[in-house]
Design a binder for this molecule. Structure first.
Ligand code: PFF
Length: 448
């Protein structure tokens, strides 16, 4: 067991778990959802849902993982009863498949980010046909950069917890924060930015309870905290028993929200600067251009209008995106890799390579059938699988896992937990409130 690996410090865990949480979902997904769903109203609902629903589920995953200190399937079995074993195993496997399918589409998008990063470089040295190829949607470009992104992800995961995931998360996450702050500060100085700030920060309270907005905010909260696939469970399994988990979980959730909000302060004002510079951001119907159009057309068009500074800003922006994607993709790959190591007794390097390449094969299928499959896989995994698996995690913690064992687990690193506010509220919450709210929101989404 000693060979399993563990994060070397509290900070290492916080950076790795927030590295998983903070990704394209924060920097790309969140600002776009905000723009499409009534500005500040979405921000408001999202923050409420994260604290009321996503944080309790994050805690369920972290606690199960640290209790069992095993891969997701074994961890689910460890908290199950005799009768619920098959369902526990199924939940673990389903989570693992969902993590793999999320990686299969995420890596394609991350590959585009690398291509756009290099395109900014090509622009600086003036090789415009290379730039053209890098920014055009072609099979060859999509495959080459997707493969490159997998190689980066596989290399990091094959090094293990401390020398791979932890080392790279602690290097990349501070860089991400600096990049985002520099970009916000620069964009804020440009004409048009103030209008963006206004739209972003002024909630239209009439829309807060709009069902479409609530469903989108729930999906975003789950995806953004990497819930319902077992990633947080595996990361939890590498946390030392001497850490106060409810506190660490709250820090991770706080950082995730914080970076999403910062990303909004970057992307929304940037859109309005683009509008000011004559770039189209609304279509004929008066709706915001769709989400990939925004990142891959509007922002590059904006960078073009900035003259000499544009290429540097583009370079910084797409490196920010690539870093954010990488610290998330390693956490997705770790879920099936941990399973292959612990249940199939494979050496780590071999497991990372084999599992990574198998998921790459799925990505290639998606690339070849982009229009038919890409959106479908995104929807099936993020809109349905993640909330349903999150629901199952709650049911296991709320109804199957023995209460005294749960308390025992929380008390490790958190003495006096039984007198805390957390222990007074959280168990009832995962038992009743979370499952009901997830069900209600999902039912709404079928009816809506
Ligand atoms: N939380 C990541 C993001 O916001 O981009 C996405 C993600 C990472 C989802 C890891 C699922 C996962 F297991």
């Amino acid at each position: 067991m000693a060979a399993r690996g563990e994060f070397s410090s509290r900070m290492a865990f916080v950076l790795a778990a927030s590295g998983s949480a903070i990704g394209l979902g924060n920097i790309w997904g969140f600002p776009i959802q905000v723009a499409e769903n009534g500005g500040g109203a979405f921000v408001f609902t999202y923050i409420i849902l994260t604290f009321l629903l996503a944080y309790p589920i994050l805690m369920a995953e972290l606690l199960i993982g640290r209790h069992a200190k095993k891969d997701t399937v074994s961890s689910m079995l460890a908290i199950s009863s005799e009768r619920t074993r098959p369902l526990a195993a199924l939940t673990g496997v389903w989570g693992m498949l969902t993590a793999s399918f999320i990686l299969s589409f995420y890596a394609i998008v991350a590959g585009w980010m690398i291509a756009f990063f290099l395109a900014a470089g090509a622009d600086m040295v003036g090789i415009s046909d290379v730039k053209q190829w890098l920014t055009d949607f072609s099979l060859s470009r999509n495959i080459i950069f997707c493969v490159l992104f997998y190689l980066l992800t596989i290399t990091i995961v094959s090094r293990g917890i401390a020398a791979g995931i932890e080392r790279w998360s602690t290097r990349l996450m501070p860089m991400l924060l600096v990049l985002i702050l520099v970009l916000i500060a620069y964009i804020a100085t440009l004409p048009g930015a103030a209008e963006g700030w206004r739209v972003y920060l002024q909630p239209d309270f009439a829309r807060v309870l709009d069902p479409k907005l609530v469903i989108s905010a729930l999906g975003q909260a789950f995806f953004s905290l990497s819930l319902g696939v077992g990633t947080m469970m595996v990361y939890g399994s590498y946390v030392s028993k001497s850490e106060n988990l409810p506190k660490l979980g709250a820090i991770v959730a706080g950082l995730d929200i914080g970076i999403a909000i910062l990303a909004g302060l970057l992307v929304i004002p940037a859109m309005y600067v683009a509008l000011h510079n004559g770039v189209t951001i609304y279509n004929e119907a008066g709706q915001l251009i769709d989400s990939d159009g925004l990142i891959f057309n509007v922002l590059p068009a904006l960078f073009e209008t900035m003259g000499g500074a544009g290429a540097i800003v583009a370079l910084l922006f797409f490196s920010l995106m690539t870093i954010a994607a990488l610290t998330s993709s390693i956490s997705m790959l770790e879920v099936p890799v941990a399973y292959a190591i612990e249940r199939r007794k494979m050496p780590r390097a071999k497991a990372a390579m084999l599992v990574g390449l198998s998921i790459l094969a799925v990505s290639v299928i998606l690339i070849f059938n982009f229009n038919a499959l890409f959106g479908l896989v995104v929807d099936l995994t993020t809109r349905y699988s993640e909330p349903l698996i999150g629901l199952l995690f709650c049911l296991f913690v709320g109804w199957v896992w023995r209460r005294d064992q749960i308390l025992g687990e929380i008390k490790q690193g958190f003495e006096g937990a039984e007198h805390s506010l957390f222990w007074r509220i959280w168990p009832g919450y995962v038992r009743f409130v979370c499952p009901l709210v997830v069900l209600a929101v999902m039912a709404q989404s079928f009816l809506a």
